[in-house]
Write a protein that binds this ligand. Structure first.
Ligand code: ATP
Length: 447
């Protein structure tokens, strides 16, 4: 079966969407709901309030897809053209729907009577049917255009979503096909490196062989491997995903830190996934960590503290921005004088001093991470250019180590990368695995 016969398209209608004055959240919501119903959306389109463009868009999308869901443009004013465009695309005239008219009249009954302009909302293409709207005046429309089913829903999300659930979901849910997704989260490798490692697993023709499609996206250092498969049953889809997930996980090794399975109710939000994974590891060991931050100025602590319940595993720490504060914490003055504040030796001394103090105050505090670097834009030199960051970890379980990184981008980017790399380095240490992290250029092991 060619993909074009099973896929869906979503059409968002309105000047304010096309102009970027409001964000199109309807399309995201609908595509996500359709996927859980077993329908894959292949195309999103946004068109302004222009009759010719709208008519053309409806025609073209209905030709290429089995399902078309439109939102917006069903209001009573002159710029609401969805009804006319659908009729034109179908080559039909508009007729007045008595039930829809009665509903609109009833809606206005307690509100001083129906304005004459609202009467147009009861119009529908001859062969279509109106979908009642309990939350507003605009009825939706359901029609058949060629081999496609077309639904037109109101724009306001609180009107659109109930109408989708009442009329679209029951009609499009597939029992002969399941679409399932899974996400494997990695940290420490660049997106192109992940693609290189996955190799043929990322071939675009895998679905034609019944295998899950694998794609990657990157956000704040986390590269997500997204798996998606269509199969006759959910069980078959899950089995195919299990096999591919195992392959992906084996290939990417220690970079993999979490997974998401929407079918088991996992949240799609990955913004704080790395911190969560690290804190979970610590909780499992009954240990806490402390931070000693220079150029990140508290970012690592903030990232950890953003996770609810982090106090179980995050003890606290120090922002030692100036040399004097580093010395006050316990870094020997000679180290700073001999090696500079941005050095592996200083980073290790910071981590050790932090660990010693934190452990004395809180015996469960068993690890410390320290960061010192040049975030820019000034302060760089030839041998320590802007973006140079040393990150050190010290723990009760072994010798301290430091890694030098070279991060790119502006001040915020460098500081953000440094904080993320610190979390990533701690995590590697806790799982006892080894890999170079993205941006790493040198290592220093403590004596
Ligand atoms: P109604 O007559 O109930 O207003 P309508 O179908 O005419 O329905 P529009 O006028 O197109 O709807 O949009 C009304 C409002 O709904 C917009 O101003 C916007 O706030 C919201 N809206 C419309 N489309 C979207 C969308 N794609 N995503 C999020 N919000 C939307």
């Amino acid at each position: 079966v060619p993909a074009t016969q099973t896929t869906a398209a979503i059409l968002s209608i309105g000047d304010e969407l096309a102009l970027g004055q409001i964000l199109d959240t309807n399309s995201q919501w609908i595509a996500d709901r359709l996927l859980t119903l077993g329908v894959r959306t292949a195309e999103h389109l946004t068109v302004d309030d222009d009759l010719a463009s709208l008519t053309e868009a409806i025609r073209r999308l209905a030709e290429r897809h089995a399902l078309l869901v439109c939102t917006g443009g069903l209001g009573p004013t002159a710029d609401d053209l969805t009804r006319q465009a659908l009729a034109a695309a179908m080559g039909e005239t508009l007729i007045e729907d008595p039930d829809a008219l009665a509903h609109i009249e009833a809606w206005f009954a307690g509100r001083g009577g129906m304005p004459a302009t609202n009467r147009v909302q009861a119009l529908r293409p001859r062969s279509s049917r109106c979908l009642p709207n309990p939350h507003g005046t605009a009825p939706g429309l359901a029609a058949v255009l060629g081999s496609a089913r077309v639904f037109c829903l109101p724009g306001p999300p609180h009107e659109m979503t109930p109408m989708f659930e009442s009329f679209v979901a029951p009609e499009v849910a597939t029992r002969d096909r399941a679409v399932r997704t899974r996400t494997v989260l990695t940290f420490g490798l660049g997106e192109s490196r992940v693609a290189e490692i996955l190799g043929p697993l990322m071939d675009r023709d895998r679905p034609s062989r019944g295998l899950p499609l694998v794609g990657t996206t990157a956000s704040r250092g986390v590269v997500s491997c997204r798996l998606r498969v269509e199969a006759p049953t959910a069980e078959q889809a899950d089995a195919a995903l299990d096999a591919t997930e195992a392959e992906v996980t084996a290939l990417l090794g220690p970079a993999v830190f979490d997974r998401r399975d929407p079918a088991s109710g996992d949240s799609p939000d990955i913004a704080d996934a790395l911190q969560r994974a690290l804190l979970a590891l610590l909780r499992g060991r009954g240990e806490r960590i402390a931070v000693v931050e220079s150029c990140t100025g508290g970012l690592i602590g903030a990232e950890l503290a953003s996770v609810p319940g982090s106090s179980e595993a995050f003890a606290g720490g120090w922002v030692t921005y100036s040399n004097e504060m580093k010395i006050a914490l316990g870094v020997p003055r000679e180290i700073i004088e001999r090696h500079g504040a941005v050095s592996g030796t200083c980073a290790i001394a910071m981590a050790r001093a932090g660990l010693e103090r934190a452990h004395a105050a809180d015996p469960s505090c068993a690890h410390a991470v320290a960061v010192t670097g040049i975030a820019g834009p000034g302060g760089g030199s030839e041998d320590k250019p802007v973006g140079t960051v040393w990150i050190a970890v010290a723990g009760l379980d072994g010798p301290a180590e430091a890694r030098r990184f070279r991060f790119r981008g502006g001040r915020d980017a460098v500081r953000g990368w440094a904080a993320r790399a610190a979390l990533g380095l701690l995590r590697l240490r806790l799982i006892g695995r080894e890999m170079p992290l993205l941006g790493e250029v040198e290592r220093l092991a403590s004596a």
